[in-house]
Design a protein around this ligand. Structure first.
Ligand SMILES: C=C(O[C@@H]1C=C(C(=O)O)C=C[C@H]1O)C(=O)O
Length: 89
């Protein structure tokens, strides 16, 4: 495969990933709405650890585990930021 072909595959993968991230964010919004209604705290470190453990378990090629787990840490930090912004409205 040449560079362009690999980048085409990355673009296709990003398309699928973006749709899944949008799906995840729609669920995060529902959680934010629940938290707003119940005056709950956004950050739940125990739940985040469960998510990270599941992600680490699911990665088949273990040379990717650290990168993917770090990506999830960032993802959840942004998820929290989104929820905190929503709760301030
Ligand atoms: C979405 C939630 O809010 C926060 C963000 C999380 C996430 O993006 O997965 C997990 C835990 C919380 O810190 C939740 O409580 O489930």
């Amino acid at each position: 495969m040449n560079l362009e072909e690999i980048r085409t595959q990355i673009d296709e993968t990003d398309q699928a990933l973006t749709a899944l991230l949008e799906q995840r964010m729609a669920l995060v919004l529902k959680i934010a709405e629940f938290k707003k209604e119940h005056h709950a705290i956004v950050f739940d470190p125990a739940r985040e650890q469960v998510v990270l453990d599941k992600v680490a378990d699911r990665v088949k090629n273990k040379t990717y585990t650290q990168t993917i787990v770090s990506t999830y840490k960032d993802l959840m930090a942004h998820s929290r930021q989104f929820q905190n912004d929503f709760l301030k409205k």
